[in-house]
Design a protein around this ligand. Structure first.
Ligand code: HEM
Length: 88
């Protein structure tokens, strides 16, 4: 991810843009969403943005998802989305 003088971020050449609807929402299974709905909606862009630090902490701790950790590739995709400005 490159940032120019005005602070505008652009993906490094060859790195695809990561969007919530296309790339991040599909990471959350229906069972994840159903289990977590009393806390927040994992299929909601707004809720995931608002709870991203807590989500990231749980992924690091390996305590969520409840039935087994995400792969490094899944976590990397979430981080690229975050670092790319959390596009919808
Ligand atoms: C089938 C899958 C899942 C189940 C059964 C589940 C269940 C739970 C339960 C029972 C809690 C409350 C108890 C606690 O704090 O540990 C919780 C909290 C949490 N879970 Fe999950 N979860 C699931 C998937 C996920 C996924 C996929 C994520 C995100 C990657 C996630 C992120 C979190 C977070 C951030 C909290 C803390 C919520 C808060 O305290 O506001 N969970 N989950």
């Amino acid at each position: 991810m490159a940032t120019d003088d005005s602070g505008t971020r652009t993906p490094s050449p060859g790195q695809p843009i990561v969007g919530f609807a296309a790339d991040i929402r599909p990471l959350f299974r229906e069972t994840d969403r159903d289990s977590m709905e009393t806390y927040f909606d994992l299929w909601s862009y707004r809720d995931v943005v608002d709870n991203l630090d807590a989500i990231r902490d749980r992924l690091d701790a390996g305590s969520m998802p409840c039935d087994g950790p995400w792969s490094p590739q899944q976590i990397d995709l979430l981080d690229r989305w975050r670092d790319g400005g959390m596009l919808p």
